[in-house]
Design a protein around this ligand. Structure first.
Ligand code: C2E
Ligand code: MG
Ligand code: MG
Ligand code: MG
Length: 286
């Protein structure tokens, strides 16, 4: 409603736009509905985390990435692509992201108490708006404290655009969290505009090769060259490297040959609720 009022006020003030635009109106209505639904969903605890395992080249599980799902009472499972952008625009990503941190740290703690998973790292996606809040560092530390999880198991996934927005405050946030043991991965690497000079300044631990480059490794020589360059860049900067979206053995074999250390994708595992991962990490009785 506020959006609509603002739009109408703006439209009235700008002559060229002071006509009724049904498409714009419909879009605003849809956004307002989604925003209200998201607020309700948060209160009604309709969000859950799924976990997609990550593996080394020998097939050992190294940990997982937490991926948010909305369990809608009528529509069933809704993926983040349908609601994260609106959550960011409306600021709802802040309470939602905080819920993700709390839930992820609680899961991390459960793994840390199980011998077979105690070494696992849990990667959590963080959006720019969430990271920019002055309270962000405290929220991460609070989620760790509430759960009792060891910070060394937590890895935050940031994107290039987030990192470049305000490099000084970004580095300050990262350094503080790093001092506590939290790690950082640069998600979707290669799709943004990172300058390599900046990259060197950031206290990163890992680069994630974006799924876009992995998909066409075999049909597009440019993508293969980019993937190879990212793997070499990571090695030269002393960072770990993981490929996301690995779906075929041929993609994995190419990446292994090029020196990639870690893998995530449907070839290895789909994102699943935590209780459905357990058997994968349980040691076989002797
Ligand atoms: P992302 O962080 O790059 O996560 C990887 C996405 O690729 C996930 O989509 C995952 O399900 C999908 N994926 C993994 N392996 C494969 C594969 O082999 N093939 C294909 N085609 N896809 C694969 P998902 O879960 O739909 O999430 C989409 C994006 O939403 C994420 O991209 C991330 O940017 C965002 N997101 C997810 N959870 C959260 C969250 O808790 N907070 C925030 N701020 N963003 C989140
Ligand atoms: Mg991610
Ligand atoms: Mg990614
Ligand atoms: Mg991606």
């Amino acid at each position: 409603q506020a959006d609509l009022a603002m739009y109408q006020a703006k439209a009235a003030g700008r002559n060229s736009l002071s006509f009724y635009d049904p498409l714009m109106q419909a879009r605003l209505n849809a956004r307002a509905t989604l925003e209200a639904d998201l607020r309700e969903a948060l209160a009604a605890q309709q969000f859950v985390l799924h976990y997609q395992l990550q593996f080394d080249a020998a097939g050992n599980a190294l940990g997982a990435e937490a991926l948010l799902r909305w369990q809608h009472p009528e529509r069933g499972e809704i993926l983040p692509g349908e609601f994260i952008a609106t959550a960011e625009e409306t600021g709802l990503i802040v309470p939602l992201g905080n819920w993700v941190l709390e839930a992820a740290c609680a899961q991390l703690r459960r793994w840390q108490q199980a011998p077979a998973q105690a070494h696992w790292k849990l990667a959590v996606n963080v959006s720019a708006r969430q990271f920019r809040q002055p309270e962000f560092v405290d929220q991460v530390l609070a989620a760790l404290a509430h759960s009792g999880a060891d910070a060394h198991g937590l890895k935050l996934e940031l994107t290039e655009s987030l990192l470049l927005e305000d490099i000084d405050s970004t580095i300050a946030h990262m350094r503080t969290l790093k001092w506590h043991g939290v790690g950082f991965a640069l998600d979707d690497f290669g799709t943004g505009y990172s300058s390599l000079a900046y990259l060197k300044q950031l206290p990163l631990d890992e680069l994630k090769i974006d799924r876009d480059f992995v998909r066409d490794l075999h049909s597009d020589p440019n993508d293969a060259a980019i993937a190879r360059a990212i793997i070499n860049l990571a090695a030269n900067l002393g960072l770990q490297v993981i490929a996301e979206g690995v779906e075929t053995a041929a993609q994995r074999d190419f990446l292994v040959r090029e020196g990639c250390q870690s893998f995530q994708g449907y070839l290895f595992a789909r994102p699943l609720p935590a209780d459905r991962l357990a058997p994968l990490g349980t040691p076989t009785p002797t």
